[in-house]
Ligand binder design. Sequence first.
Ligand code: APR
Ligand code: ZN
Length: 250
Amino acid sequence: MIEEAAKLLARSRFAIAFTGAGISAESGVPTFRGFNGLWKKHRPEELATPEAFKRDPYLVWEFYKWRIDLIRKAKPNKAHRALTELEEMGILKAVITQNVDDLHREAGTRNPIELHGNIFRVRCTSCDYREDLKETGRLDEFLAQKDLPRCPRCGSLLRPDVVWFGEPLPRKAIEEAFRLAERADLVLVIGTSGVVYPAAYIPQIVKETGGKVIEINPDESGITPIADVFLRCSAGEAMEKLIERVRRLI
Ligand code: APR
Ligand code: ZN
């Protein structure tokens, strides 16, 4: 199976990767589905909506600050690094991610397309103010602040610059992802349950336009029925083996 996947990758002309929370699991970032009420008995879905933020911005910010703090301590793993190497080899043309954890960029991937935003960015609920807390070096200060965060320009509430349930995806990112999917002759799908749309259309588009689908996941997902090769394995282990074989093939 791994051998077959390595051959397909080495032979591909325009391969892309599509990743989800599972690729960061081995970095210690909890996934969503299968996340057993760790957080105050709330499901992340119930905290990640515009309605929840209106109802109780304190609770939502508490949840996000907890996640930011957890994610900032996480480091990219073998799977993130293998994708960077595939990109450097010229095989992988793009990494499209549903993750907000910034770990693809940390691993050196050049321009990961972030469909669901980035947890280290905040934005104003009224004006177009945006801030990348990693870039401005204000992360510690931001996390320590007890009051609700407010926009320095207009005083309205700041919110995480992530996509919540029921919200549209950033237009440029999803348009680019769809364009890449139409062009791709192979998609490497890693660690996603494949049930959240429109993101989950990406492997389907690749398949419908005649491309191959390689999936890496320890469990079956919404993508498994269309996978040409299904590697039932954790992301780190599978990618380590895959990259070894691809190196030998090219
Ligand atoms: N390696 C690879 N895959 C793994 C691993 C691992 N070590 N551990 C778990 N997985 C798989 C699970 O089997 C599951 O299929 O990762 C997948 C994680 O699924 P979800 O938690 O649903 O994450 P994701 O698909 O990224 O969710 C999509 O939903 O909550 C929203 O906006 C959020 O971007 C997220 C979207
Ligand atoms: Zn503002």
